[in-house]
Design a protein around this ligand. Sequence first.
Ligand SMILES: [Fe+2]
Ligand SMILES: [Fe+2]
Length: 213
Amino acid sequence: MSTKSGSRRQSGQRAANGQNGSRSTNRSAFSWGSPQTGAIAAAAVAGAAIGLAANFGRKLFVQGMGATAGDWSEILTAEHAAALAIFDKIEATSDDQTSARTHLLAKLDYALGKHALQEENVVYPALREANQAHDADALNGEHGYVKTYLYELKRMPKDSPEWIARIRDFRSMLEEHMRMEENEVFPTFRDTLSEEQNGKITAKMNREGLKLA
Ligand SMILES: [Fe+2]
Ligand SMILES: [Fe+2]
C-alpha cells in the first residue's frame, strides 16, 4: 500500500517536472495557461469520470446481487438468506477451527452491519413516516440485540462449547426477527405504497448499502 502510493507520488513528481524530470527543457504538463491546458483539463475530467464509474462498478461487484436484484423487500429477503448461509457455515465448524470461526464471524458482522444500515437509515424511517412507528421501533430495538450478540461473540473464546451455543441462540433470535420482517411488516408496507414510492425506497436503500461496500 505504502509502496503503491509512494510510486504514484514519484510518477506524479516526474510528470510535474516534465517528461525527463527537468523543468528547464520541457514545460510541465501541469503548466496552467499553456495552449494545451483546456485539452488536458478535459482529459483529466474524463479520466476522473471513468475512475468514478469503475469505482461504482467495483462497489456493485463487491455487493454481489444486493444492489441490483428486485425491490427493497426482495433485496432484504435475499440478504436474510445470505446471512443464514453464513450461520450454516459457522455451525458446521468444530471447536478447534477457531480461525475459520473468526473469519466467518467477521463476514457475518459485515453482512449484518450493511443490512442494518439499509433498514435503520431508510426502511424503518419510511415505516415511521407511514405511521408504523410501533413496528419500526420494535425491529430497531431488536437490532440492538443483534449488535450485542456480535459484540459478545467477538470477545468469547472461539473454541468453547458456549461460543457455538451462543451462535445458535443468536440465530434463533435473528430468524424470528427476519420472519416478522418478511412475513408481516415488509409485505404489508410494500402493498400500501405505489410502484414509484417503492422504487424510491429501493434506490435510497441501495445508496445506503453502497456506503459500506
Ligand atoms: Fe431488521
Ligand atoms: Fe432484515
